[in-house]
Design a protein around this ligand. Structure first.
Ligand code: 5GP
Ligand code: ZN
Length: 114
């Protein structure tokens, strides 16, 4: 996607603090961290939002959760715990139109909505 900031990060056109990368998935530190550890785990395939997923993406999404666990382990927070958030669409508060999973950890996280 031409003007997608996360696609630019994938193509290394925009710098990011990458903590994990393979053929299909990349994870990097959020530029405005909301917790001591705030990492975005994203598919390299440009999927605009959770709402745009298709059946073909099921394996990929499963792999993303495996990567999230690996990253949490590497960051040393697997035992204490973490939170994974996906914002979807306008009401969901999504600002970047490329599917991403927020991994938040490193402190007792604030108020739960659900
Ligand atoms: P959303 O609100 O769409 O769920 O989350 C988008 C996230 O992307 C925000 O937490 C924001 O700080 C992060 N973000 C936006 N632009 C950039 C960028 O250029 N680099 C990095 N590392 N994070 C970004
Ligand atoms: Zn993109």
């Amino acid at each position: 996607m031409e003007d997608c900031i996360f696609c630019k990060i994938i193509k290394k056109e925009v710098p990011a603090d990458v903590v994990y990368e393979d053929d299909e998935i990349i994870a990097f530190k959020d530029i405005q961290p909301a917790a001591p550890i705030h990492i975005l785990v994203i598919p390299k395939k440009h999927i605009a939002s959770l709402a745009q997923l298709t059946k073909d993406d099921e394996t990929l999404i499963g792999r993303i959760y495996t990567v999230i666990n690996e990253v949490a382990s590497k960051q040393g927070v697997k035992e204490r715990g973490y939170r994974v958030i996906v914002n979807c669409g306008e009401d969901g508060g999504q600002e970047v139109g490329h599917l991403h999973f927020h991994l938040l950890a490193g402190k007792k996280l604030g108020e739960k909505i659900v």
